[in-house]
Design a protein around this ligand. Sequence first.
Ligand SMILES: [Zn+2]
Length: 264
Amino acid sequence: MPELPEVELARAVLEGALDRTIAAIDDTDHWVCRPHAPGEIAAALVGGRLTAARRRGKAMWCETRVGGGPGPDLGVHLGMGGQIVVDGRVGPTGPEHRDPGPRKPEWDRFTVTFADGGSLRLFDKRRLGRVRLDPDVDALGPDAETITREEFRTRVGRGRSAVKARLLDQSVLAGVGNLLADETLWQARVSPSAPADELGAARLDALHDALEAALEAAIAHGGVHTGEVIRHRRPEGHCPRCGAPMVHGTVGGRSTWWCSAEQA
Ligand SMILES: [Zn+2]
């Protein structure tokens, strides 16, 4: 499941599609392009250009310019394992994409062809991605990469629910998924099930800084699977920092691993 780093890697690829005249759009996959009818996205954007590639949490979209004025935003969601392909560049390229086998043309669920002959495609074998005009991102909290310490304290350190559940709540802050939450909590030595309002400012700040560092590392190294504790999230796994056994449970409704000694 893509988290903020995977979407950021896809967004960076999308930048290669900016400021090029759109000659044609294949939006005939009615499932991926729902609720739009086939041809509707094409009618709105052909002749125009994508002008900026934006991201908030796991939501991604392009601003557009059509007929001399601002056009509708083009929202692109990667689903579980979708990839953005612009000319020869592909992102993200994590383990969920390893060995996709022959890349069948029908797995390109949405294609923008530019007047210069290049293209932007959503490659999505599982067909769980989505493309839509003017996606609604108002319900999302601030982006996890840019949230300030003060905002983080106020938003995450509120309520009796487990801190991991707060981190995963996209209306609290946007972009953290299951692996990134476990990595961040482990880096900060915070128990995933600690009640959010009992953490206190110092531990919330430590969590904020750990999240910032985990995001930076994951983007630099290709995705959340590269986190330090991720490959130790397994039965018989040991904490790579102190050697204590890793333990498993369900927190915030999600499969969770933590260090039995440092995150007790
Ligand atoms: Zn440990």
